[in-house]
Design a binder for this molecule. Structure first.
Ligand code: SF4
Length: 233
């Protein structure tokens, strides 16, 4: 299938969109294969409640009581993620920001609005996508989550992906990409490849918050999400 160009509704000069930087050409070929990683799968025969959780709602309940790392101390709400259990696309970001912490919802506020527009531009209503973060509680002052915090929280993300079984994962930002792919490469070097997480294609791109700071990254982001769209079809 030919992936559509950004719809005319996302006009230049409007609040952040993609049309002003989106190239008119279509993606002809998928990029080459990149990193593939198969982390240990959960053992269904253990009593681990995360492994036993059968729905993303059950994961959200576990997250709501979680005190496995220091990020629980400053949170207002946990932000487990939202979207259907059978979503074909999973979007993974870094962690909740201020508005997410206040509302308990992922990717809200200006970066979230931009993500909603990005998804709409590839004909994916936001409510058909499962959207989450690597860590489910807000790091203080929006700092990057630390290694031990990511390690403590990662089983939730792994189980969410196991439950949803998406056709494609879109990793937005360095933390999401490096965590999902167990890699240390820069985001720039991981872009433009089709990576694998437990066999599921992973596309790496910029975080919407980074796009708000640097509009020059909108064009490469548009290229990336069109690749994700092609893999969904
Ligand atoms: S960030 Fe994750 S591991 Fe840490 S307290 Fe929150 S839910 Fe638990």
């Amino acid at each position: 299938m030919i992936v559509p160009d950004a719809p005319p509704g996302l006009s230049p000069g409007a609040s952040p969109g993609l049309t002003e930087t989106a190239p008119p050409t279509t993606v002809q070929n998928l990029p080459p294969a990149g990193i593939s990683w198969d982390p240990p799968a959960g053992d269904l025969f253990t009593a681990d409640p995360i492994s036993q959780a059968a729905t993303v709602g059950a994961i959200a309940t576990l997250v709501s009581h979680c005190t496995k790392c220091r990020l629980c101390e400053g949170r207002t709400h946990t932000v487990p993620g939202e979207g259907p259990d059978d979503a074909r696309l999973v979007v993974v970001g870094e962690g909740p920001g201020r508005v997410e912490d206040e509302t308990g919802r992922p990717f809200v506020g200006p970066a979230g609005e931009l993500l909603t527009k990005i998804l709409a531009a590839i004909d994916l209503p936001r409510d058909r996508v499962f959207i989450c973060n690597v860590v489910k509680c807000r790091p203080p002052e929006n700092r990057q989550p630390q290694f031990d915090e990511i390690a403590a929280c990662l089983p939730y993300l792994h189980r969410q992906i196991e439950i949803v079984k998406p056709k494609v994962i879109l990793a937005m930002g360095n933390t999401a990409a490096q965590t999902l792919l167990n890699a240390k490469q820069s985001l720039g070097s991981m872009r433009n490849h089709v990576h694998r997480f437990r066999g599921i294609p992973v596309i790496v791109t910029y975080h919407p918050a980074a796009l708000l700071r640097n509009p020059n990254w909108k064009r490469p982001t548009w290229d990336d999400v069109r690749i994700a769209r092609r893999l969904l079809d």
